[in-house]
Design a protein. Structure first.
Length: 315
């Protein structure tokens, strides 16, 4: 698709420049001329090398690891664009870091997801685009419009083309049932649920499986795979209870700590993820399949730029 408008500009920081390039290519524009570097003391320096006066600017920067560096890069870039008289600045956050700190679970805990939303808004962003927030209500943490895009349609298209038989979609916890049902409806499958508990962060125990998975091909879906404890433990529990094959998918491949080794050693046939977070070379293993979110984000950017409905992308 070709889309030329000198008033539309795409900029990127250092978190995922390859995704920004894909989005720009989809739109038929070039990524804006800017550079994000470090001073010798570690401070971030942003240089914008072209005029943005009066432009509709979209800054592509998932706040993934190293999250604090990437968040500061985004904030400083937004501030630079605001001071350069950009007409509108939209923060494109394919992955929203700190999203799992969205409520108080014990006394004196911060709600960091809200703090980050405040920082982005105060920095000068006038709109935000994000994908598969860990909790949908985080949209309400922002005092600016937020377009929350789903990753399920991309995953559903991939699995539909695989022509798997006797499929059941499994949610790894009760909180992910809506996501699992959405995928199941799109590919014509039934659903099941893993009842688990978390005795401590990044530790999960499978208690029960609700639904029929005997002799079925299972697709486990989650929004994030972080340490991969939940997904690998769930896969083994499903096979122990009679599942035939297990696939796993998610929108955000955080893949931290022991995740890579767990996935390599797990009985999961394939792990399907998107490029909201870039995978480093050592994380690109044969078992992991990466799908691009660039067309979806590109369409959202076009619709926002032309003041059209974004909700059509949810279908």
């Amino acid at each position: 698709m070709s889309f030329e408008n000198r008033r539309l500009k795409i900029f990127t920081c250092n978190a995922n420049p390859s995704l920004a390039e894909e989005i720009a290519e989809y739109l038929g524009v070039s990524v804006g001329d800017s550079k994000v570097t470090r001073f010798s003391d570690g401070e971030i320096h942003v240089r914008i090398n072209e005029s943005v006066r009066g432009a509709d600017v979209f800054v592509v920067q998932p706040t993934c690891a190293p999250i604090n560096d990437n968040l500061m890069e985004l904030l400083i870039m937004i501030d630079g664009l605001r001071r350069a008289s950009a007409r509108r600045i939209t923060a494109v956050l394919p992955y929203y870091g700190y999203a799992r700190q969205d409520r108080k679970t014990r006394a004196r805990e911060p709600i960091t997801a809200k703090l980050v939303a405040n920082l982005i808004t105060s920095g000068g962003a006038m709109r935000a685009i994000t994908m598969d927030l860990h909790a949908g209500q985080i949209q309400g943490f922002f005092d600016i419009p937020v377009d929350h895009l789903p990753g399920v349609p991309i995953l559903a298209e991939y699995f539909s083309n695989k022509n798997l038989k006797d499929v059941v979609v499994v949610s790894p916890d009760l909180g992910g049932v809506t996501r699992a049902r959405d995928l199941a409806e799109r590919i014509g499958a039934s659903i099941a649920i893993i009842d688990k508990r978390r005795p401590e962060p990044n530790v999960a125990e499978v208690m029960n499986i609700i639904g029929t998975i005997q002799d079925k091909t299972v697709i486990m879906i989650d929004d994030i795979i972080d340490t991969a404890g939940t997904i690998t433990l769930g896969a083994q529990a499903l096979l122990d209870r009679g599942a035939k094959d297990v696939y796993a998918c998610c929108t955000h491949p955080v893949i931290s700590g022991p995740a890579l080794q767990r996935l390599q050693e797990s009985p999961i046939k394939e792990v399907v993820v998107t490029n909201t977070i870039p995978l480093t070379e050592e994380k690109i293993i044969d078992k992991i399949k990466v799908l691009s979110v660039a067309p979806l984000l590109g369409e959202a950017i076009i619709r926002i730029h032309e003041d059209l409905s974004v909700s059509k992308l949810f279908d």
